[in-house]
Design a protein around this ligand. Sequence first.
Ligand SMILES: *Cc1c(COP(=O)(O)O)cnc(C)c1O
Length: 428
Amino acid sequence: MKLYNLKDHNEQVSFSQAVKQGLGKQQGLFFPLELPEFESTDIDNMLEMDFVSRSSKILAAFIGDEITHQQLSERLNAAFSFPAPVKRVTDDIACLELFHGPTLAFKDFGGRFMAQMLQYVSDSEEQITILTATSGDTGAAVAHAFYGMENVRVVILYPQGKISPLQEKLFCTLGGNIQTIAVDGDFDACQSLVKQAFDDEALRKAVGLNSANSINISRLLAQICYYFEAVAQLPQERRNQLVISVPSGNFGDLTAGLLAKSLGLPVKRFIAATNANDTVPRFLKNNEWQPNKTVATLSNAMDVSQPNNWPRVEELYRRKTWRLSELVSASVNDDTTRRAMRELNSLGYISEPHAAIAWRLLRDNLQDGEFGLFLGTAHPAKFKESVEEILGQQLVLPPALAERADLSLLSHQMAADFSALRHFLLKK
Ligand SMILES: *Cc1c(COP(=O)(O)O)cnc(C)c1O
């Protein structure tokens, strides 16, 4: 697969390069040169297949020239080792639950596939150091995705005392090739340390630095697969009347959904649901891109006011000659989010703030005869404190969380000081 840089169409790279590099020049995003499409009979056949076989076929349409079908299947088997069930909420609405992976959020799909692809495209002798900063969710997905992989060392920086205790337990108790550093500073300080490390050419070479960035194209490709999996679980008569609502922050999940549609998956329309960080819904209304200062909300994984993946959404609409005005987007504030969670609870479905936002907008937008799906992006127990308080009931911790809750933390402590980090990285 060839990809081009959205900021400079002359810069073209292979999939392997894009996976290793992450971003192009001037921090430009990579976008596929060819947009494959399946015939509707192909789609019907694919919807009969199992998750991994179907996913191999989808991804081969993009990267089949750089990886054999056999290799792709094996690696997808390793990456997608958990289900993505569709759970019915009401007659015409269901949730696609993407939180049954090891870190209980949809980021496991992209993180685990990226880990497989990075290993595949790297020289087997090469030592790679994955260095990343996290404010919570991404760190956990990355740590678990690379855990136990040969020749890969993972170093994750996070702001000490600023992530939830359960989140910390989830990725700071693994040990092995996963090293975690509690930095005396905030998330910005962590990000700045990572940036300094990447700017240090000698250090980069010495330890084979690589980022596990969320804009990596391999993540998006992986995420296309669960949209097909959702449709495969719907009864035949619902498949052509489908509306999908996506809780959006960096808009990676939405981009993957739109790519699924461009491959031929029948989706009538998408709803891009945001919290009070509403740059996109405002943009679609008045055509002015005016990000406000990011505000903290209950759905903190969507607290993004300058969504990284938006240029990819625009490019896809341009390439397909779709109209952006057909994309529905709106925002939901914290009060309405709380109410939505309680309403869902009274329908017998326990949800967390991100998914509840998507459900709320879906319910308001759905027309007669349509069927709605909203994405359940995280397990409610990941947001235990707020969910228990809003619903007034106790949650049971799933095994992935419960089994780590009593383990001791293995994190190193560090001042927000680059020479300390440099020393740490160079030490074996
Ligand atoms: C990351 C995340 C989102 C936002 O996904 P994007 O692809 O960044 O739009 C939504 N919900 C949860 C729980 C997340 O962790």
